[in-house]
Write a protein of this length. Structure first.
Length: 233
């Protein structure tokens, strides 16, 4: 999770080796994301946040082509996804609305029942009823053992789909916790600008506050309990 520009999509592009890291390493299914990128992609279903599909082919033609590239697509499951999402695979993709293009994108990510799903803002363009269908389908994928890695700026959506939530800011992971944790992700957060950076340690030691991040003169904290003496600025 994170605000626009926090680095969510960049993280996903790094994991899929669309852009290469300047330092550090990561692995998916025990495979290095750079050295073993072809093998990694055999296990991944991916939905881009800025989905760009071939406009002059139909959904069915695209599914047939992708089925040749990615083995293991079961026709019965593909047909079930098309029916479940009320997709229009016989139409040219360029003639579909944004929401119906999103459905095609979701189906292509799911249809080979991958071990890992990487989804960037997956419900963008879906109406509320289709969002519910999507959440149910993701729960099914998780139940069969798939790992689901989702980018979102919507806390309620993350809570519907995820076991753990990580918050990213300016390209850094500043907080991570289980969704069922007692910690309140939706609680009021305060951004405090200090006269002296060393005073951050006083806030870190305050048992009434959850210390979230510290950068220069700025500290981000969250009261563990509502406090009438604090007001956001």
């Amino acid at each position: 999770m994170g605000a626009n520009g926090a680095g969510k999509t960049t993280t996903i592009r790094l994991l899929l080796n669309f852009i290469q890291p300047s330092s550090g390493t990561a692995s998916i299914m025990g495979k290095d994301i750079v050295k073993d990128t072809v093998e990694v992609k055999k296990h991944v279903g991916y939905l881009s946040g800025e989905i760009a599909l071939w406009p002059k082919v139909t959904g069915n033609e695209m599914f047939a082509y992708l089925s040749k590239l990615q083995s293991g697509v079961k026709k019965d499951y593909l047909a079930e996804l098309i029916s479940r999402f009320e997709a229009e695979p016989d139409k040219l993709i360029g003639e579909l609305s944004k929401g119906n293009r999103q459905k095609i994108g979701i189906i292509q990510a799911l249809m080979h029942q991958p071990d890992v799903l990487i989804l960037d803002e997956p419900t963008s363009g879906l109406d509320p009823l289709m969002q519910e269908v999507f959440y149910a389908t993701i729960r099914e994928a998780s139940a069969r053992g798939a790992a689901v890695f989702v980018s979102s700026h919507n806390l309620a959506e993350a809570q519907r789909m995820c076991d753990r939530v990580g918050i990213i800011k300016h390209g850094r992971l500043i907080h991570e916790q289980a969704v069922k944790s007692d910690e309140n992700l939706a609680g009021t957060t305060f951004r405090v600008v200090l006269a002296h950076p060393k005073d951050a340690e006083k806030l870190r030691a305050n048992r009434a506050l959850k210390f979230i991040s510290h950068e220069g003169h700025t500290v981000v904290v969250q009261p563990k309990r509502p406090s009438p003496r604090l007001s956001p600025s």
